[in-house]
Design a binder for this molecule. Sequence first.
Ligand SMILES: Cc1cc2nc3c(=O)[nH]c(=O)nc-3n(C[C@H](O)[C@H](O)[C@H](O)COP(=O)(O)OP(=O)(O)OC[C@H]3O[C@@H](n4cnc5c(N)ncnc54)[C@H](O)[C@@H]3O)c2cc1C
Length: 441
Amino acid sequence: MSGRDADPLGGAVSDGILVVGGGIAGITAALEAAEAGVQVYLVEKSAHLGGRVAQLARYFPKLCPPTCGLEINYRRLRENRDVHVFTTAEVEEIRGEPGHYEATIRRHPRYVNDRCTACGACSAPCPVERPNPFDYGMSTTKTISLGHEMAFPMKYSIDASTCLFDDCAKCVDACPYGAVDLHMEEERIQLEVGAVVVATGWQPYDAGAIANLAFGHYPDVVTNVMLERMLAENGPTAGQVLRPSDGTPVRSAAFVQCAGSRDRLHLGYCSSICCLASLKEASLLLERNPEATAHVFFIDLRTPGTYEAFATKVLAHPNVRTTKGKVADILQDPDSGQLVVVADDMVAGAMRRLPVDLVVLASGMEPSLTQGRPAAEVAYDPDGFVAEGADGGGIFAAGCARAPVDVATATLDATAAAMRAIRVLRQATPLPAPTVTVPVP
Ligand SMILES: Cc1cc2nc3c(=O)[nH]c(=O)nc-3n(C[C@H](O)[C@H](O)[C@H](O)COP(=O)(O)OP(=O)(O)OC[C@H]3O[C@@H](n4cnc5c(N)ncnc54)[C@H](O)[C@@H]3O)c2cc1C
């Protein structure tokens, strides 16, 4: 794969693996299978690979930027001709049985072809600014955009919901390579594969649904994924942590754990990542704003396994304070305009009111396949995650499509799913019996 989108392959193909979702889990499953000699069709619904990991500021526990891990994988993809990547594509239907599936892929037009060199000439004259989904709407971008500077494939795309098409067409005139095609059409691609890996990942739980936590009421109440973008050097504030309401540096932040999680009115389960994500974000906040204080409100801090050492280190910082207790309310002081966190301090046995500059809601991770599920024999657990071995043997789940997990677990999961998928292919097409040569005496 050279960084181009795959051609429609001129009809049916067979004996491969279909991987649905091009986040870290899907990329890993695709590469592991392809490097074992299997043809892989990787279908990603957005214009670029990388999933939510591309949007993180840094990874815990080492706090390296996500570009490290992703770039290595993109290089492996560029060097591998056996992974056929379809971006802006979705799986409509999967029919069949282990060893013999037919999948229908619907590829939406990107309106930019493979001649694109990512020079950016198309974007400059574009008159339409739209909320930037990569920054969760905290910045704007042109309707023809690259997404971000680490995009893979390194190719622009057009957001059809905001483009003025032939009423404007300035991007067509501006592109020196003839790469913009406003009349590109949707395609349907049929694939025959032996097994499927579903790696469709997660999406942030809608924090606006948690009425007492005031998301959407006050601009200084943000979610953990929004703070992740603020902390990122390529984010809306170039890595500075500023109050959205007035752009001043944040001197105090409250991290509200289990915002909607472990709550049967919202997400009944623990996302298992949010405590570590908040501790990571607290330590990055203190790196950027050394005078700031991070207050973490929690029911229990869950930092399993080897992450305990990371948590202990962050919690030892004198500017990290913890309160065991649920946050009941987020209010605004009418005089100062500052936010006030009202929480039940279980250790002190009293209600606590804490004024802060920024409130960060650690909202949980829900499966992204709550909408747009392909028509397929896939079973889901009661929380909407893909149930393992759903169709009885040929469809496997990996990463956050299966459960909310960290990156390390997602990649292990993906490798295991790839190996199981290969086993299904091998069972469907047994290897020829080995030839035994008996030496003639
Ligand atoms: C605030 C926060 C911070 C975090 N920080 C860390 C950290 O520091 N370290 C760490 O290890 N983990 C961290 N995580 C967890 C990390 O984000 C996940 O482990 C990781 O995203 C899992 O990757 P994935 O490929 O399973 O899913 P995703 O990253 O969600 O990727 C799924 C991909 O599938 C695509 N897709 C979805 N539906 C379809 C469809 N129907 N058809 C085709 N494609 C589809 C999506 O567009 C996406 O590209 C954090 C999580 C949160 C909430």
